[in-house]
Design a protein around this ligand. Structure first.
Ligand code: G3I
Length: 341
């Protein structure tokens, strides 16, 4: 099934000639700098020839927007649905793209079948271990980096959230366990902690720094931190972002900007699109200047498929390509920085 899905996608790519986006695509410029440039992928959207062709043309790393999440890939104790994840991994392999695995443990995506009265700590640990062993094991050697734990810091307390299913059933050690299980399943895998609103200096990034410092001190295999960076138009990095990146690098951790999008209050004016381009240029420049930064992924790549309008009503147009797959000033800004930054 997965093979035919890949063939269909590749045929669509070959058959569909998309408007060329200037000379060199983003991936060629990023490859020349040993940098990842990527996007989150909506698997159903791969049935669109334009979507698949532009993805393969422009990016050297992909991440599944939802396909690897627990409730999609493991919806019941003895049920795994790998078709969508397999399709993305196979497409990436055929197109010479890397894959990020998102995400193994996320409170917002905890298995519904585990959050029931009477579930014991041991049952929860067993469920976590078997899930991580099965999923990480299946894609062993095919995933550039795993978001092992996503968004574990509570924005209210600025500490690991205790209202998490995992915290409640297992205790604070669930985070270390998740990383250890992932490492046991694939000792070569690069293992990330991923979070949002944690890129500047402040209580939340301090909490992330404390979390990963503590894990490393316990010998837990953590290799990187993901800054999601879902930002508003006009965002700029500051010396605080550099100081935050520096302290993570001092721990020996790599950094990836994992989910960048730059939302605009709709309707997006021409002026707003130019401001957005400056934000994209600024973030790319930041990653180019930070030796520990491995790359930039946007959360989607065309405004036709973005989480923003649904989840943040009145906002949108956050990505480098518009709803008709045309490059926006933001795309040209990314190219310019990769070329001349
Ligand atoms: O596929 C079903 C569809 O069959 C059903 O008809 C529809 C209505 O119920 O739901 C569809 O599933 C939705 C899925 O997106 C695919 O569109 C889920 O309800 C919805 O919860 C899910 O939202 C995703 C969200 O994470 C929660 O998992 C967004 O697409 C995705 O962009 C968003 O991504 C997160 C990252 O994983 C973590 N960082 C923040 C980022 C943005 O929220």
């Amino acid at each position: 099934m997965a093979r035919s899905g890949v063939i269909a996608t590749l045929v669509a790519i070959l058959a569909f000639s998309i408007a060329p986006c200037s000379a060199q695509p983003l991936r060629a410029l990023a490859d020349a700098r040993d940098l990842y440039i990527g996007a989150a992928v909506s698997i159903p959207a791969l049935d669109s020839p334009e979507y698949a062709a532009l993805l393969v043309q422009q990016y050297n790393v992909v991440v599944a927007e939802n396909a690897f999440k627990w409730n999609n890939i493991h919806p019941a104790p003895d049920t795994y649905n790998f078709a969508e994840a397999d399709r993305l991994v196979a497409l990436a392999r055929s197109a010479g793209m890397a894959v990020r695995g998102h995400t193994l443990i996320w409170d917002q995506d905890a298995p519904a079948w585990l959050d029931l009265p009477g579930v014991t700590q041991q049952q929860a640990i067993t469920a976590m271990r078997s899930h991580i062993y099965r999923v990480v094991g299946r894609y062993r050697g095919q995933i550039a980096a795993w978001d092992v734990v996503n968004e574990a810091i509570d924005d209210a307390t600025m500490a690991p959230r205790t209202n998490s299913v995992w915290y409640r059933l297992i205790g604070p050690d669930y985070i270390a366990m998740a990383f250890r299980f992932a490492h046991e399943a694939d000792p070569e895998a690069v293992l990330y902690y991923n979070d949002t609103r944690t890129e500047d200096l402040g209580p939340k990034s301090d909490a992330v720094f404390e979390l990963v410092s503590g894990l490393l001190a316990e010998g837990v295999p953590v290799h990187g931190v993901g800054w999601q960076m879902h930002v508003e138009n006009g965002f700029r990095t500051t010396v605080d972002h550099r100081a935050n990146a520096a302290r993570l690098a001092a721990l020996g951790l790599e950094l990836t900007i994992t989910e960048l999008d730059v939302r605009i209050l709709l309707p997006a004016s021409e002026a707003a699109l130019e401001v957005q381009a400056e934000t994209y240029a600024n973030v790319m420049e930041f990653c180019l200047d930070e030796a520990s930064c491995r790359g930039v992924l946007t959360w989607g790549f065309t405004d036709r498929f973005s989480w923003i309008p649904t989840f943040i009503p009145g906002w949108g147009a956050g990505l480098p390509f518009d709803e008709n797959y045309r490059p926006k000033p933001a795309y040209e800004a990314l190219r310019d920085r990769l070329l001349n930054g």
